[in-house]
Design a protein around this ligand. Structure first.
Ligand SMILES: [Zn+2]
Ligand SMILES: [Zn+2]
Length: 362
């Protein structure tokens, strides 16, 4: 099967022919129909996230049709439409049992060390990013990395709910629990930030202030429900947010890029009792500094991991929002391409030209 293979940072992915093992035990073989191109994939290419070496299939926002299942699979069957999620869970650890499968501490969704690799390129083992690897015609993954969805739904849009939309909408609804009438600021309006804007709109926030350096993204944010747009090129975004909220600041500020100075601005733009929710992936050695006076009384700072998802519940739920017209997914897909367009998709993402690029397979 054809797949886009990553080897090292600052180099384009190459399209290669890989071999795929048969599904064993609780594994499922999925014919990929569509995959979103997410910032977390790009973070390997730009060197933001470290890679141990060896070939890896990136991509984790995949959707497709089940082709075959291992002998112990119970949740899906051949022909089912499925969405993959990188929050593969064990179902038995303390976090899973406590209702937080997104924080699962037992990684059971890969074969583990020493076992034969699921994917091979000639005589080399190939790693799947997030144990998914959706930049490939076939995905061989654990059933706990998948959820079955209604076959009526379009797979190219459903794919986006597997990561970016799940993360953003979930950050607003699950992690921050934005309440009707509250005020919100969102720093960064890529796929995740736009999904936070949508989550805040679904939660009936009274004010949703979008902040970004690109005017094109601010326009997109408005079309997804932002009530106000602040260009970070026009000086002090924090001052602009305070002005828009009559000096009060916002009840919720979200960081959706992964930059230390934006985390600081999130904290500085909070109202009394407000909450800063950090969604972006920061470099591992990032240091956040801010003056203590910037913290208003009883403010909270929290991180959000994959939108605090219970994805087997949340992905179908968010797709219901789509069906009801409350979640805009059609508009999230700025561009469609093929697997061969992967490097162009990364370029467009870096240039801020797209909400999401989606790659389609036959
Ligand atoms: Zn992602
Ligand atoms: Zn677990």
């Amino acid at each position: 099967m054809r797949a886009a293979v990553f080897r090292e940072a600052h180099a384009p992915l190459s399209i290669e022919n890989l071999s795929v093992d048969k599904p064993k035990g609780r594994e499922v073989l999925v014919q990929t129909t569509a995959t979103g191109v997410c910032h977390s994939d790009f973070h390997f290419v730009d060197g933001h996230l470290p890679h141990r070496g060896g070939p890896m299939v990136l991509g984790h926002e995949g959707a497709g049709v089940v082709e075959a299942v291992g002998e112990d699979v119970t949740s899906v069957a051949p022909g089912d439409h499925v969405v993959a999620c990188l929050s593969g869970f064990c179902g038995t650890c303390d976090q899973c049992l406590d209702g937080h499968p997104n924080l699962c501490t037992r990684r059971i969704v890969n074969r583990g060390r020493g076992a034969p690799s699921r994917l091979r390129l000639d005589d080399e083992d190939v790693v799947q990013f997030a144990d998914v690897g959706s930049f490939a015609e076939l995905m061989l993954l654990h059933e706990n990395s998948l959820v079955r969805i209604d076959p009526e739904l379009p797979l190219d849009r459903a794919a986006l709910v597997g990561c970016g939309v799940l993360t953003g909408v979930g950050a607003a609804l699950r992690t921050a629990r934005v309440e009707a009438g509250q005020t919100v600021a969102v720093f960064g309006c890529g796929g995740v930030g736009l999904s936070i804007v949508q989550g805040a709109r679904i939660a009936a926030a009274s004010r949703i202030i979008a902040v970004d350096q690109f005017d094109s993204k601010l326009e997109m944010a408005k079309s997804f429900g932002a009530t106000d747009a602040v260009s970070s090129n026009d000086g002090d975004a924090v001052a602009a947010i305070r002005e828009l909220t009559r000096g009060a600041g916002v009840d919720h500020a979200f960081e959706a890029v992964g930059l230390p100075h934006l985390v600081r601005q999130c904290i500085e733009s909070l109202a009394i009792g407000g909450t800063a929710t950090i969604v972006g992936v920061l470099p591992l050695d990032a240091n956040i500094e801010f003056p203590w006076v910037a913290i208003r009384p009883e403010c909270k700072i929290q991180t959000s991991r994959m939108g605090s998802n219970r994805f087997r519940i949340d992905i179908p739920r968010y797709l219901d929002f789509y069906r009801q017209g409350r979640l805009q997914l059609d508009e999230m897909v700025s561009r469609r391409g093929r697997i061969d367009d992967i490097n162009e998709a990364f370029r467009a993402m870096k240039a801020g030209e797209v909400a999401r690029s989606v790659l389609l397979f036959d």
